[in-house]
Design a protein around this ligand. Sequence first.
Ligand code: SAM
Length: 261
Amino acid sequence: TSFGFKEVREEEKGQLVGNVFSSVASNYDLMNDFMSGGLHRLWKDRLVSKLNPFPGMKHLDVAGGTGDVAFRILETINSVKRRAMQDVLEDKLQEETQIYVCDINPNMLNVGKKRAQERGLGGYQSLEWVEGDAEALNFEDDSMDGYTIAFGIRNVTHIEKVLAEAYRVLRWGGRFLCLELSHVEVPVFKQFYDYYSFSVIPALGELVAGDRESYQYLVESIRRFPSQEKFASMIADAGFQKVEYENLVGGVVAIHSGLKF
Ligand code: SAM
């Protein structure tokens, strides 16, 4: 049977996405490496370098899953602090830095907590794991210096609500950054990429996670996601200024950014 994603009603979509990620949580990190040939690591590095994290910052990583983006932010901040070599100030900043990882799926967060421990970040008070919905965040207005969402916005029911919430929780001058699988327009590469995503990815999903359908769904969702330009205009409609995007690997992924002014 075909997966028939188009027939899925709006209210069922959240539930469906929940199932997909419950089923892939334990294999999630392995699959990321498999599917992207390890490239997702570089993409996330790029995202975090655009964020320019600083000691003492309050940051919210939404759809944060198993913590990949949050770990990078914290590790960047720690290296900044080591360079600063100001012990007293360091302790103070250590207290104040807060990176919130928000995800709707507790299974992903639990895997993330375990990984934090393995990385020696488990005892860090600056890292907080929060179960929550990107469309209705449990954080105060104007409370965050930064907001990131990596491979998360594509699967939500209402993109506009997520953008409005991002805008609401950011402080004046705060930065919004979104890393997402996007659209390839380069001719020959596009054909190769379509083949890869429609044939290879579901097959890999079956082979490695025993779950073809979930990965088929992920590929469909990439197709349905708005183009780079369209998504940029949605970010601007949410109120963000200086909206821009950068394509990586010809648009396989794009990083969109905006500022709240
Ligand atoms: N950001 C992580 C990364 O890049 O490795 C995880 C990305 S994973 C593809 C997508 C995540 O979005 C899943 O952990 C899923 O539970 C979460 N998610 C889906 N819908 C969500 C929502 N409405 N609010 C918050 N998180 C959501």
